[in-house]
Each structure stands twice: as structure tokens, then as C-alpha cells.
Write a protein that binds this ligand. Structure first.
Ligand code: GDP
Length: 198
């Protein structure tokens, strides 16, 4: 497996034009996105953990090559719902994500991350509904699953299934610490990539 940081995109005009398959990963800051991305591609420190909100107003592109024959982009979407950013920054951010999702075939699949310990808020539900509107294959991943035990885990899956788009596949519980869920996420990503060879 090879994985490397490619670029950060601040304007839709600068999106890569090579039509490689893209899988986008979205989540609020501190949800464990960087840790999970690093775990998925087995590269410590590929995605930087605990970035400040100001630094996450861009799309971060990573090239991932699971084997020599194929590569794809993992795209780290900026987080949502933070109090610290100004209105102007929030508008820029929404504009960029919307321009990105408006592109034909981009991304081939969307992963939305939520903390397994948290209940869905109305902001989360709105965000999920909005992401679902784009009609792309969709996966909800519940992070930091090492922090929730059997029963709480089942409850979290139920809650987030209800909060997500109708007909979406069941949320996957995942942990960057134990590696739980990474196989399932890879299976899902492989399925998305097979639909559109890169
Ligand atoms: P990001 O802001 O979404 O990129 O989140 P980070 O990956 O920087 O993680 C935020 C905090 O959560 C850090 O203190 C991590 O050590 C912690 N964290 C991330 N993933 C896990 C996990 O799977 N389990 C546990 N217990 N903590 C995690």
C-alpha cells in the first residue's frame, strides 16, 4: 500500500482534472478523521491530527495505491459545525464543498464520520440529509468505537441508522486505536472503486 499527500484545494477551479476515482471523507473537527485516515492507509502522520479550524477550509487530497494496478484519491473534506469560524469563512467553506459535490462523478462515494459516543443532533441530521441529497454511495462511520461497549454500540448503530439517509447501509463502528471497522470500510471503498475503475 502506498499513500501520500497530494495537494490542498481552496478553490473549485483548482480541483484535479485527471478523473481518478475520489472517495470523500467528511466529519466535524475532533471526530477522529485524521487518525482514521492514517489507520486506513497504514501511514502514521499522513493526515495531520488536530488541525485548527482555520487550516481545514480546504479539500486535502491524498493519493492511495492499495496495489500497483490502481490508485484513487481520498479527499478530506473540511469539518462542519464549528463555532470558531466567522460567517465569511463558513460561506467560503460551504461554497467549496457545494462546488465540489456539484461536479459530475465527483466524488464516487462519501463517508460521513460521527463520534460513536454522541447522539445525533439536529445539525448532524441536517448535514446528513444534505450530504444524502447528492445521491452518491454513502457510508456512515461511527468513530472511537473502542470507547463504547456492546450495548451502547448497538444503540449507537440504531440511532445513526435512523438519522442517516433512508436505504443507506448500516453504519460501521470504527476505531483508529484498535483497527476495528477498517476492513469493512475498505470493502465498501473497494465496491465504490469497482463501480468506476480508476
Ligand atoms: P480530527 O480533528 O477529526 O482529524 O481528529 P483527530 O484524528 O485529530 O483525533 C481527535 C482526538 O481524538 C485525538 O485526541 C485522538 O487521539 C482521539 N482519537 C482519534 N481516533 C480515536 C479512536 O479511534 N479512539 C480513541 N479512543 N481516540 C481517538
Amino acid at each position: 500500500m502506498e499513500a501520500r499527500y497530494l495537494t490542498s484545494v481552496y478553490n473549485a477551479a483548482d480541483l484535479p482534472r485527471d478523473r481518478k476515482v475520489e472517495i470523500a471523507v467528511a466529519g466535524k473537527s475532533n471526530v477522529g478523521k485524521s487518525s482514521l485516515l492514517n489507520r486506513l492507509v497504514k501511514r502514521r502522520g499522513l493526515a495531520k491530527t488536530s488541525q485548527t479550524p482555520g487550516k481545514t477550509r480546504c479539500l486535502n487530497y491524498f493519493v492511495v495505491e492499495p496495489d500497483k494496478s490502481a490508485s484513487f484519491y481520498l479527499v478530506d473534506l473540511p469539518g462542519y459545525g464549528y463555532a470558531k469560524v466567522s460567517q465569511t469563512m463558513r460561506k467560503d467553506w460551504a461554497g467549496l464543498i457545494e462546488a465540489y459535490l456539484n461536479e459530475p462523478d465527483r466524488p464516487a462515494g462519501l463517508i460521513a464520520l460521527f463520534d460513536a459516543r454522541r447522539e445525533p443532533t439536529s445539525v448532524d441530521e441536517d448535514w446528513l440529509a444534505w450530504l444524502g441529497l447528492w445521491g452518491r454511495p454513502f457510508l456512515v462511520v461511527l468513530t472511537k468505537s473502542d470507547k463504547v461497549s456492546g450495548n451502547a454500540r448497538a444503540q449507537a448503530i440504531r440511532r445513526w441508522t435512523l438519522a442517516g439517509p433512508a436505504g443507506a447501509i448500516a453504519p460501521v463502528t470504527a476505531s483508529a486505536l484498535t483497527g476495528e471497522g477498517t476492513d469493512k470500510i475498505w470493502q465498501w471503498m473497494d465496491g465504490v472503486r469497482r463501480r468506476r475503475p480508476g
